[in-house]
Design a protein around this ligand. Structure first.
Ligand code: ADP
Ligand code: MG
Length: 691
């Protein structure tokens, strides 16, 4: 049971003033469903602004606050194309444009009536000869409204949220935080001069307070280590069952290919684990396309050979279906029964499945989390395979483990290449098998680094490429601004590039980016996926969420502005068909040494592990841990540097605490329980009670 002291902050976000069902959606997108989630939504950074009286005082790129009077509204000639501009002047008569893209123009019309003075906060920019502010962060009627905005937090947003709204919700949330007992060892606490938890939460929203941030990150790492150590201890207590396969089923498989060395090695590592009575806890790491599925199948067949059932858990319904189809086809010659269970199965169908599981007529079950509902019972579950492990908590794994008479073996699979030094953080003390070798016949992607100046030649190359009937991607960088919108120069550059390509290729080119309406985006995407359009201009990785094997060329503009992990992911979109694929990285003229090294590395290797390791070396990583906002990452508070610096310490501290007070009954132990609940690692605590 959750400690009472935490109940108020585990209340739904909707209990805050100003949050109704409409606001709840965008909050949920960010994972902010409860008060404590909002309080823990720490600023990504802070904007520091300067109040200026005269536009001439401001430097290009500077964040300023200035009084401006609108003189004229200029709608675009062609609605929907080009920005909406409000011309304005300062008290000295200097001119500046306030520029709005898309729907933001409605706000401009309301906030900036001609002839009236307004206090505008935003980033001063240049557009041709003119000064401009794109999407001002704030427009106010009085200067007083800007007090306190000289140093303003910038939060991650989702559609439907603004900085002001989220700021107000954060303020309400941190007011509700209770004082919590201290879980950090006093000696250590004094040495680093950290604030207590509640103060740290307040300070972290005020400025880039290093001590506060470090403390909160440490808390998260400590909670994680504590919980993982508890799971490990529990694993040692619970007995599993040794599974010895005789190879009979595996011999019947008729794979259309020879397994790679890495696959064979992984299978034998798994086989070795399965033969032990102690439950296996192994992670199978391998880039997309490395061939994890067949390794999983071999493992499941070993369980079947030993007379046990196996279950494969997929993160989404679609993936579950895909796995089911693949496995059923591959396993057909073996005669094992493969079944699919998702939340959609109802009535008779579901009953039949449940019966089959209980009676043992189903050998391999594939499904979503529906496979560990209470109503699902297995005859004898020997192995659980979890695809894309990072999307599931260890909690679910344990729930599933609870199904077997004895603890089943667990094989987790992930496509996220994580440097060795970080696997501990992400996966605890799991054993790791790596598929560091792609199946043969996979065409290597030719990667070239080309000067951005040669874009014209590149376009001509694209034209020749399209003439062969193949498709191509053209990726433009897009960086988010303080106010959550995109950098004006990026939008302009992407639009200009699209216009240029459209002039050349007409209907053959479509564009997708975040500013488009979802229907338009989907329609464009569909045109490309179906082959009607040949060239897709896109702005981010995520938006290119398709698998188009006949797309064999990728051009990435200003490649130096992308992170290595991102470039690797992007490039993975080509090289999926039988044709040779190419990736052109266009680079600017003045590159830092690091940027040069990164591009050189991309040219040199396609090995996700190597890229991840070197990314870590080159820049302290950043993206290696994956998309922090998406909720996939292990940590929401701790960044990569903090993980590297503090994880070993937190892990040692957690171990010490558990050695001294395994039941968490001392005063500090009690505080640690609160910490575990706070970070939703309470499965650790539940184990305590069970054991
Ligand atoms: P992952 O799940 O690791 O992304 P998959 O298991 O889906 O990769 O495999 C990707 C593709 O490669 C599949 O079509 C699979 O049949 C094929 N494949 C797997 N192993 C080999 C191999 N050793 N040789 C050739 N093709 C392979
Ligand atoms: Mg897969």
């Amino acid at each position: 049971m959750r400690p009472d002291i935490l109940n108020p902050i585990f209340a739904e976000s909707q209990t805050l003033d100003g949050v109704g069902p409409k606001m709840a959606k965008p909050l949920e997108k960010l994972g902010l469903t409860r008060i404590k989630d909002i309080a823990y939504h720490l600023p990504e950074r802070f904007v520091s602004r300067r109040a200026i009286a005269d536009l001439g005082e401001g430097a290009e790129g500077e964040q300023v606050i200035i009084a401006l009077t609108a003189t004229e509204h200029r709608a675009p000639y062609n609605p929907g194309r080009g920005p909406y501009r409000v011309m304005a002047q300062d008290d000295a008569g200097n001119i500046c444009a306030l520029t709005y893209f898309g729907r933001a123009s409605y706000t401009a019309k309301k906030q900036l009536p001609v002839g009236e003075k307004r206090w505008v906060a935003g980033r001063l920019d240049r557009y041709g000869d003119m000064l401009q502010i794109v999407h001002p962060d704030h427009v106010e009627e009085t200067s007083a409204a800007h007090l306190g905005r000289m140093n303003e937090p910038v939060y991650a947003l989702s559609e439907g949220l603004t900085q002001q709204r989220i700021g107000a919700l954060v303020a309400q949330s941190i007011e509700r935080l209770p004082d919590l007992p201290e879980w950090i060892e006093p000696g250590q606490f004094d040495a680093v001069n950290w604030p207590n938890w509640r103060d740290a939460m307040h300070l972290a929203h005020k400025d880039m307070h290093k001590e506060a941030r470090d403390r909160l990150a440490y808390d998260e790492l400590l909670a994680n280590s504590l919980a993982l150590l508890m799971v490990k201890a529990e694993g040692r207590r619970r007995k599993g069952q040794a599974l010895k396969g005789d190879g009979a089923l595996r011999a019947k498989l008729s794979l259309p290919f020879e397994m790679t060395g890495a696959q064979k090695r992984s299978v034998s590592e798994i086989e070795g684990d399965l033969q032990q009575e102690a439950p296996m806890l192994r992670l199978l790491q391998g880039d997309v396309g490395a061939g994890k599925t067949v390794v999983a199948l071999e493992a499941m067949l070993i369980a079947n050979e030993a007379g046990k059932q196996a279950a494969l858990l997929a993160p989404t319904e679609i993936l579950a279906r895909q796995h089911f189809e693949t496995l059923r086809t591959m396993a057909a010659p073996t005669g094992v029964e493969v079944a699919l269970l998702t939340g959609r199965a109802k009535g008779k169908e579901r009953e039949g499945l449940l019966m089959g599981l209980l009676q043992g007529t189903i050998d391999i079950l594939v499904g979503t989390h529906a496979i560990f509902q209470d109503s699902v019972a297995y005859k004898d579950l020997g192995l659980v395979v979890i695809d894309e492990q990072h999307r599931f908590g260890v909690a679910q794994r344990l729930a599933l483990a609870g199904k077997g008479k004895r603890a089943p073996h667990t094989l987790a699979m992930t496509a996220t290449p994580i440097p060795r030094s970080l696997t501990l953080a992400q996966y605890g003390e799991m054993d790791v098998s790596r598929l560091d070798e792609l199946p043969p016949g996979r065409q290597a992607i030719d990667t070239l680094v080309v000067s951005q100046d040669r874009a014209e030649d590149v376009i001509a190359g694209v034209q020749r490429h399209l003439a062969t009937g193949q498709q191509a991607y053209w990726v433009c960088p897009m960086v988010r601004e303080a106010n959550g919108s995109f950098q004006a120069s990026d939008i302009a550059a992407a639009e200009a590039r699209y216009a240029e390509l459209a002039e050349r290729f007409g209907d053959d080119v479509v564009m997708v980016h975040g500013q488009l309406k979802p229907e338009v985006k989907d329609a464009n995407m569909e045109r490309f996926a179906s082959g009607q359009a040949k060239l897709l201009v896109a702005t981010t990785v995520i938006e290119v969420g398709v698998d188009v094997p006949s797309s064999t060329l990728m051009v990435i503009e200003q490649a130096e502005r992308f992170g290595l992990a991102q470039l690797h992911q992007l490039r993975g979109r080509v090289g999926r068909g039988s044709e040779k694929s190419r990736c052109l990285l266009l680079r600017g003229s003045e590159l830092s040494e690091t940027a040069q090294k990164r591009l050189a590395l991309m040219r040199e290797t396609q090995d996700g592990f190597r890229i991840a390791e070197e990314d870590l070396e080159l820049r302290g990583g950043g993206e290696v841990l994956g998309t922090r906002q998406s909720g996939d990452a292990a940590f929401r508070i701790a960044d990569l540097d903090q993980v590297q610096q503090m994880l070993p310490i937190a892990h040692a501290d957690a171990r010490l605490l558990i050695e001294r007070d395994g039941g968490l009954t001392s005063e500090r132990g009690e505080a640690a329980r609160i910490l575990l609940y706070l970070f939703e690692r309470d499965w650790g605590v539940q184990l305590l009670r069970g054991g």
